[in-house]
Design a protein around this ligand. Sequence first.
Ligand code: GDP
Length: 519
Amino acid sequence: QTIEEGISNASGEDGDEVLSPALLAREISRRRNFAIISHPDAGKTTFTEKLLLYGGAIHQAGAVKARRAARHATSDWMELEKQRGISITSTALVFETSGSHITLLDTPGHQDFGEDTYRTLAAADNAVMLVDAGKGLEPQTRKLFEVCRMRKLPIFTFINKLDRPALEPLDLLDQIEKEFGLLTHPVSWPIGSGDRFVGIYYRPRKEVHLFEKDKSHGSREATVQKLSWGDPTLKHIIAGDLYEQLQEEIELLESLTSPLDKEKICAGDLTPVYFGSAMNNFGVEIFLESFLENSMQPIKHDSDIGDIHPNYPHFTGFIFKLQANMDPKHRDKVAFVRICSGQFRKGMKVKIGRTGKSISLTRPQKMFAQDRSTVEMGFAGAELFCYMRNPNPSKYKQFQKGISELLGEGAVQVLYSVDSGRSDPILAAVGQLQFEVVQYRMLNEYGVETQLEPLPYTVARWVVEGWPAIEKAGKIYSCATVRDQWGRPVLLFRNEWNLLQLLNDNKDIGDLVACALPP
Ligand code: GDP
């Protein structure tokens, strides 16, 4: 059908449910995606982790790294990836922050740069260029930049590793302007570098953010001390020569740099520039905030029947990457789809434009990265619960060790039943794949074959006032009472409706049920 027919034919078919224009507009405006372009070793992995941390997706960064550091585990992962035919370590990470829904498309950053990267960039609306402050622009960054330029992608520049000896910031800007023909607008500005790195000056708020080496090795959100530029104590904190230099540079920037013009950013003509140290969680928060403000929301895509705008009411998308399943037993492929319009529903019927064939999308795969990270938020996203059983009593110790280590690592969340008296742990997950990963690792790393027993719950809620409130309420029939790893009460409901019912029927406890996060 033509686009006009599609718009007038507003009744969805085969699961293609049409969203109301208002809802659609809201969803479109809160969505952002980007890919990171950089040269190997600039800090892409580190930066990605810190973004997820600030995005509230993981409470303790290091999961990605820890996995990589443990060689044994790494090879197991690779094996699992092969078996499943999906790339767990690359592709896409999804996280929510400040009401925005962000997709980070992973471009293979290393020697294997090639087709894959082009394809992934084809699905991106924005690019983040990560530059090592000590090295400036490097070959792979240049190549990837060319791809972004062809697509006129908005580019945001993060200059990393300011805690190490760095090139002069003005020279770095000059390099970007001259080599890439981009206008630059530094949103933040570094004060010193290496051993003398004091912090950054945040231009929109005229604030100095003081750098402190991160003692948690970057695993927690940093608390940054912020002082306004007029604060007299600054003169005592920043060494005289650096203070004077900063004073001059602030004036220079005001007169020299182009204004932060969103239209120019979105046209790919101007890049906002941020300075920081990903490893120390420094400068990342500002970047995220400013990125959300200035980046491009989903835009139209061209097709054989004309431009498809994101507010086109029906589901459309394009496949930007196919990955063959390497397991000979399952000769299927995973297709990565960039949704251009409408809403995806499991089981919906779609037509493949190239062949004209219709297929049902019955087996969507959730991204593991998303599962892993959102589950660490608490059980905010957990919708699946099951008992994990160890059928072999002689493996009791290994089973306990495996569960507690995987729990510690954040690979899974564990609950224990209270009212059934059963001692098997209950695993909580966002997606089925997560259970499979845990089972796989229990077997390969701890030598324990486990069994899963699904539970019929889909919603978990903490009880703010703890056990006394539960006792006061007496027996609650519409849910199961369990405890989390810290012994706090959690209620598991079959569905949202049961939860609502409890809130209505039992005002006492209703008021005490926390939202999805632990109190
Ligand atoms: P990738 O190859 O681009 O993914 O880079 P990684 O994130 O693996 O980082 C490469 C190396 O640089 C690692 O040893 C990191 O610890 C280090 N690194 C990353 N960010 C920073 C930073 O802000 N400061 C310093 N000093 N080192 C960093």
